[in-house]
Design a protein around this ligand. Structure first.
Ligand code: KG4
Ligand code: ZN
Length: 334
């Protein structure tokens, strides 16, 4: 069976085609260049760009998979969470295609898509596992018992990890999105230069707003008594010290969750899973504990439609589908 996946929840317009659980094509068109001059995603601009680009991207994904639309047997689309106008574009297109072709339609939770992206790269991952979902909109730990059976163990009380990266990027004068830029700078900096606070939080919950404020205060202090240090070195030291704090907080709670649940398999998912520092630290921690670690390759960590298509396909296989009156939701739990 061929599945067409569609993703328009934020600032990536994406479409993918799967044959069963294998990815035949995955096309992602990023809107970053449009939003970066505003320092973040402008929702109305995002919707308009999706509207303009979605059909060409769908056509490109079908052409690149060498699969005609008439062969598609299922349409899967991100229906929540995300920017409501942006979601509406993808959901409306998916419904129209499903209705016109007379094929089933399924709405996918974006967070579930991110987690299941790991199954594309590693189809033999066994349940249960702990999933750390870290993106621009999410930071949460789940006990994944099986497909569709996710127990939320903890989440951020304020900013998502990616959001903290983007806000600190702005403070450092970096282009949006700050995450990849800070990751690059951090490699040149010394993580021990500044000891930023690590929030302990309740249980498995995270908090990043105190760290963000500490970075802001540090930069203000530095600007007020700048004494001719090389600014590139300085920024890279701040970036490395900030990243070390984020990675410490994420790693500590994740390892506690694995221990607490007696689970020896970890999946790290979402845009921040592309982070070099986080990947290295998780490899080290899991190596030390003899735990299995699955982190999808970078292209599957950031927003894409292959993960949406796979989540839709796996659910459809066990009998799930969505009615054509399914509405997108700006926020809804997994
Ligand atoms: O999953 P994603 O593409 O979109 C959401 O669902 O939010 O994640 C985007 C987030 C942004 O905040 C971006 O700064 C962050 O992921 N990100 C990174 C890296 N690459 C993307 N954060 C840290 N290091 C990276 N290498
Ligand atoms: Zn995402």
């Amino acid at each position: 069976m061929f599945t067409l996946g569609i993703e328009t929840s934020c600032d990536e317009t994406a479409a993918a085609v799967l044959r069963d659980d294998k990815v035949l094509s995955s096309i992602v068109s990023s809107q970053i260049d449009i939003h970066k001059k505003y320092g973040g995603v402008v929702p109305e601009l995002a919707s308009r760009e999706h509207l303009k680009n979605l059909m060409p991207i769908i056509r490109e994904s079908l052409a690149s998979a060498l699969v005609p639309l008439s062969d598609i047997g299922l349409v899967a689309v991100t229906y929540a969470p995300g920017l409501i106008g942006a979601l509406l574009v993808g959901v409306s297109a998916a419904k129209a295609i499903a209705y016109a072709q007379g094929i089933p339609f399924i709405g996918v939770h974006h967070g579930e898509g991110h987690i299941l992206a790991a199954h594309i790269a590693y189809p033999d991952i066994g349940y249960p596992y702990i999933a750390l979902l870290v993106s621009g909109g999410h930071t949460a730990l789940y006990h994944v018992i099986g497909l569709g059976n996710y127990r939320l163990l903890g989440q951020t009380r304020d900013d998502a990890a990616g959001e903290a990266y983007d806000k600190v990027g702005k403070l450092l004068g970096l282009e949006y999105p700050g995450g990849p830029a800070i990751d690059r700078l951090a490699q040149q900096g010394n993580p021990e230069t500044i000891t930023f606070p690590r929030a302990k939080g309740e249980g498995y919950d995270f908090s990043f707003s105190g760290l963000k404020t500490a970075v802001r205060n540090h930069i203000a202090l530095f600007k007020s008594r700048d004494s001719g240090f090389d600014p590139v070195i300085r920024i890279s030291d701040v970036a490395a010290s900030f990243q070390a704090a984020v990675v410490d907080m994420l790693a500590e709670k994740t390892m506690q969750a694995m221990k607490g649940r007696g689970v020896n398999t970890l999946v790290v998912a979402g845009g921040v899973a592309a982070n070099g520092g986080l990947r290295a630290r998780m490899r080290e921690e899991c190596g030390r504990r003899g735990a299995r670690l699955y982190i999808p390759r970078m292209g599957l960590c950031i927003d894409n439609a292959a993960m949406v298509a796979l989540a839709g396909y796996l659910h459809y296989q066990r009998g799930d589908s969505s009615p054509l009156d399914l509405n997108p939701r700006a926020s809804t739990p997994l």
